[in-house]
Design a protein around this ligand. Structure first.
Ligand SMILES: [Zn+2]
Ligand SMILES: [Zn+2]
Length: 141
C-alpha cells in the first residue's frame, strides 16, 4: 500500500530514502517509491511544485540537505535583453577580458547573446561619438 502525501504530519522524513538533485535553478526531491507524489520540485522561493506549496516537507528536506553541505542550485539568470525569454549559461561565450558571462537564449539561441553584445558596443560607440562632437563644438567656438 502507498502513503498519500496529504499533510505535513503524515510524512516522516527520517526513514525514507529521500534523494535530492539540483535541476536547473530548483531542487528535485525524490521521496522514494513508497510516497505519493514521489517527486517534488522546490524552487529558490522555498515553494514546492505540489499542492502543498510552502508547506511541503520537501522544502524541509532541501533545507536539511543544504545544512549538510548539499550542492546549492544556481541563481536564475536574468531574462534575455532582446526578447525577454529565459536564458541559459554558456561558458564557451564567457568574455575573456570583460568577465561577462556567456549565455544563450532559449528562444533566439546564441544570436540574441551576440545581438545584445552588438547593442552594447553600438551604445558605447554612440556615447563616444557624442563625447567627440561635444568636444569639437566646444573647440570650434
Ligand atoms: Zn511538494
Ligand atoms: Zn532572446
Amino acid at each position: 500500500m502507498q502513503d498519500i502525501l496529504n499533510q505535513k504530519a503524515g510524512i516522516d522524513l527520517a526513514d525514507r530514502p529521500t534523494r535530492i538533485r539540483v535541476i536547473g535553478h530548483t531542487y528535485l526531491v525524490d521521496f522514494g517509491p513508497s510516497t505519493q507524489p514521489r517527486f517534488h520540485t522546490v524552487n529558490k522561493q522555498r515553494s514546492c511544485s505540489c499542492q502543498l506549496k510552502e508547506n511541503c516537507p520537501a522544502i524541509e528536506a532541501v533545507a536539511e540537505y543544504l545544512r549538510n553541505g548539499g550542492q546549492r542550485a544556481p541563481d536564475p539568470m536574468p531574462p534575455c535583453p532582446i526578447c525577454g525569454a529565459e536564458i541559459v549559461r554558456d561558458r564557451k561565450w564567457d568574455g575573456k577580458y570583460t568577465k561577462e558571462l556567456g549565455w544563450r537564449c532559449t528562444v533566439g539561441g546564441l544570436r540574441h547573446f551576440l545581438d545584445a553584445k552588438a547593442e552594447r558596443i553600438k551604445e558605447a560607440l554612440r556615447r563616444n561619438q557624442t563625447a567627440v562632437s561635444e568636444h569639437e563644438s566646444a573647440a570650434g567656438r
